[in-house]
Design a protein around this ligand. Sequence first.
Ligand SMILES: N[C@@H](CCC(=O)N[C@@H](CS)C(=O)NCC(=O)O)C(=O)O
Length: 331
Amino acid sequence: MPPYRLFGSELSPYSVKVRSYLRYKDIPHEWVVRSQNNMAEFQQHAKLPLIPLLLTPDGASLQDSTPILEHLEAEFPEPSIHPDDPTLEFVSALLEEYGDEWGNKPMFHYRWTYEEDQRSCASRIAAENLPDAEANVLDQVAQGIVQRMVPRLSFVGSSEATRDGIEASFKRQIGALERHLAHRPYLFGERPAFADFGVFAQIYEASTDPTPGHFIEAHTPSVLTWCRRMLDPTCDGPFESWDTLGDTLAPLLHEEVGRTFLPWSAANAKALAAGEESFSVELHGKPFSQQAQKYHAKSLQALKARYAAVADKGSLDPILDAAECRSVLAA
Ligand SMILES: N[C@@H](CCC(=O)N[C@@H](CS)C(=O)NCC(=O)O)C(=O)O
């Protein structure tokens, strides 16, 4: 049996993210699609009912994709997913966080808002969960999945009122990425960085769903090629420097991280600290309201600690200032 076993789903961005990392590092592993056939084993090891779940050779069970990658990186440092330049290393970690925390919103929004997407995803999830079931049973199960998932749209802040804002953000994100990836195979050059794993996973999932998938195919072909490349990424050369990356990476940082994700995450943390159940924040001139979420406040704290730990911020701070990111990170 391979030393690592990864319980996940083709429909789970965080699972696909960890699998892509294991493949990149050539870490021998078994990809186990979680289903009714192995649910007892999953439940025996999982502390939370969430995928991905990574079982390690020494008997540990790990959850949460970002700490999983960090844990593995310590054990399998080469080729590193972190650029040597501490400025780029931080920018990459910031984008990884953006992908996980904000990039998930449009993915989840499209998936469970539109009927065609609901049907497509629910039937794929049902087929994974019950590999031996007949078509009529799968149809019933898929309907149940839709009923369970649609109310969860509120957890990501997706509603009639936020629909346009979320979809505009998605289009800004992949538009900026298209310009950036037209000239390079990965976000920071010729090998994948931490950022690639977080950002691609959500867009890859969206690319498999009908509504965002058609849009990506029609408008951002380089993004689609990158997503597919990231399913099994390879080290083809060095990371670049900010001198060559900045032109097309700065707009993504500014529009999506500085003007969208960070103000939203700061407002979420502020609401939790004040004991409020929901919050509203203006993003790109429009109000965005949702229930406060504890997990995001914890991950913002981790990001701020990472920023504080950058010893020499001489070249980082001007980049973060230009992108309107610094005030939240330094607060
Ligand atoms: N922050 C976690 C998020 C994990 C997560 O939300 N997983 C989802 C699937 S993408 C899940 O397991 N949902 C419950 C379920 O599918 O049963 C990570 O990075 O691993």
